[in-house]
Ligand binder design. Structure first.
Ligand code: HEC
Length: 238
């Protein structure tokens, strides 16, 4: 049998063992970031400033990380394309949005790599802090899959729930996204729910389902301010 060097095996380990690729793996080139800088100056700087701190200082540092960490780059791409430039969303070619993303990654000090960031790769790349993956930040819109407990008035619970993950769309998932949510393995988390009253159409206690909402971390346990809920035919014991 051919033998492989331990270094090679170490390098391959994340790919082999399913650790997701992150922005720390070098996912854009400096040439791409330079193109992004030129596009930024032409399309974005008049609101966000030459120092990148205008319009809420959302492009560098703490607010940038709060908004994008624990999410994949495809969601960033979609939001940028669909909302920016604010006065003319979707007005730039795909490649320009990607170039600008490369520039934002550079501004936030994520390392340069050997290949341009391409659209097909974005879904597989997670944005995480230097310390690695962490729980989703407070107030983020998230989705969990779990067993819906009894609902009283505006309140409820979800048990046996999966770890909350980022969502960028507050409404009920459909199609493959819904299938993916419902096929998640049973989790161990319990969250209390508020905002149930106006969002419980199609959601039945004692069934497994998908629940989306804004995450509120409290000393007594995490809570979701629900934006949508739906359950499947699968029964469960909350
Ligand atoms: C006409 C003004 C304007 C232009 C041009 C503009 N932006 Fe924005 N942008 C805003 C405002 C206002 C916000 C909201 C800031 C906040 O949430 O506090 C924003 C927010 C953002 C955000 C945070 C995400 C969000 O949806 O809130 C990003 C990222 C962003 N802009 C990137 C860009 C990029 C990249 C360009 C150039 C392609 C661009 N913007 C052009 C005004 C603009």
């Amino acid at each position: 049998m051919r033998s492989y060097s331990p270094i090679l095996i170490l390098c391959l380990a994340p790919a082999l063992f399913g650790a997701p690729k992150t922005v720390w793996d070098g996912v854009y080139t400096s040439a791409q970031a330079e193109r992004g800088q030129a596009a930024y100056t032409a399309q974005c700087a008049r609101c966000h400033g030459d120092d990148h701190r205008g319009s809420g200082n959302v492009l560098i540092g703490a607010k940038f990380m709060q908004q994008w960490r624990e999410d994949n780059l495809h969601n960033m791409y979609t939001i940028l394309r669909d909302t920016m430039p604010r006065n003319a969303p979707r007005s730039l070619p795909d490649g320009t949005y990607l170039d600008i993303m490369a520039y934002l990654l550079k501004l936030n000090e994520f390392p340069v790599g050997k290949a341009d960031l391409s659209l097909s790769e974005t879904a597989g790349i997670m944005l995480v802090a230097k310390e690695g993956p962490a729980p989703v930040p407070d107030f983020a819109l998230v989705t969990v899959t779990g067993c819906l407990g009894p609902m009283t008035g505006d309140n409820g619970t979800v048990t046996l729930a999966s770890e909350p993950v980022r969502s960028r769309q507050p409404g009920k998932s459909v199609g493959d996204e819904l299938k993916g949510a419902l096929s998640k393995p049973e989790g161990k988390r319990k969250l209390s729910l508020m905002g149930v009253q106006y969002n419980n159409e199609g959601a039945e206690s004692g069934h497994r389902g998908e629940i989306k909402g804004f995450l509120i971390r409290l000393p007594e346990g995490d809570k979701l301010n629900v934006t949508s809920m739906q359950t499947s035919a699968d029964k469960c014991t909350p």
